[in-house]
Design a protein around this ligand. Structure first.
Ligand SMILES: O=C(O)CCC(=O)C(=O)O
Ligand SMILES: [Mn+2]
Length: 256
């Protein structure tokens, strides 16, 4: 037989007899791998918002706990994008008429707003006239688990205030006072650019304790620290791969 015919025959034998068996085995191997993979316990694949690389909780002071890298920021940000298409971020005026630096929106049964008559929780977004977008179940679960990890069980937030900071923007010292029952903690999630949180005592003034907050960190404060004065230093310029030149904060509260 001619040499090239022999090679042709060998190739066609291989294609007919060996290759299908090989492909069949490969298919079974892939199927085996897929079907025997355990479901992921973290990350957006099963619709939770917990980071895979959570670190040990850090007690800051009585009633204040930092949960470093607790939240899956990528998954949270995708939901935030959807929420602010419904109720856009906006800058509000303080009751005294000053334009706030931080851009805000809300999701949940209530939203926190500033009106000429004072700070209020409202069921409807004054910008759209419609109810605030519902709080995603995964947001609620994240806030509940964060509170629990900090020693506050049973937290069921009905408000999630969305804050967006750009470089040069900060939040002056204040207390979160507009909630009906202060037995519930505040759960505060940081996303994107890092910021410096200023934690004071329960009286105005003094020297703050400075807490560095990075992407995915969650700060919980309640109990004896529930009415502590707190604020955020002006954001330094920077770039974060997920948020660009800004920081988002989600503040979960129980309003009613
Ligand atoms: O952005 C933060 O880390 C804090 C936000 C805050 O204190 C608030 O919205 O009341
Ligand atoms: Mn606050």
């Amino acid at each position: 037989m001619h040499q090239s015919t022999k090679i042709d025959n060998a190739i066609s034998d291989f294609t007919r007899a060996v290759l299908p068996k090989f492909m069949q085995r490969l298919g079974s191997a892939i199927l085996f791998t897929v079907t025997t993979q355990k479901p992921r316990t973290h990350g957006p694949a099963i619709d939770d918002l917990f980071a895979v690389t959570r670190k040990t909780p850090e007690p800051i002071r009585d009633g204040v706990v930092l949960l470093p890298a607790f939240a899956d920021s990528g998954a949270l940000l995708r939901r935030i994008e959807r929420l602010i298409r419904v109720s856009p971020l906006r800058r509000m005026f303080t009751p005294g008429g000053r334009l706030m630096q931080v851009e805000m929106s809300n999701c949940g049964a209530f939203g926190w707003i500033s009106e000429p008559s004072g700070y209020r929780y409202r069921r409807r977004d004054p910008l759209t006239g419609k109810p605030w977008p519902a709080m995603p179940g995964a947001f609620r679960a994240l806030a509940r688990r964060a509170a629990e990890s900090a020693g506050f069980s049973g937290f069921d937030p009905d408000v999630c205030l969305l804050n967006r900071y750009t470089p040069g923007t900060g939040l002056s010292p204040h207390r979160d006072l507009d909630e009906a029952d202060r037995c519930w903690p505040i759960v505060s999630v940081s996303l994107g650019l890092s910021a410096t949180f200023m934690l004071y005592g329960n009286q105005r003034g003094g020297t703050p304790q400075l807490i560095a907050l990075h992407d995915g960190d969650v700060l919980v404060f309640g109990g004896p620290a529930r009415l502590a004065y707190h604020g955020v230093k002006k954001l330094a310029a920077g770039h974060h791969p997920l948020t660009g030149a800004c920081r988002y904060n989600l503040t979960f509260r129980r309003a009613r």
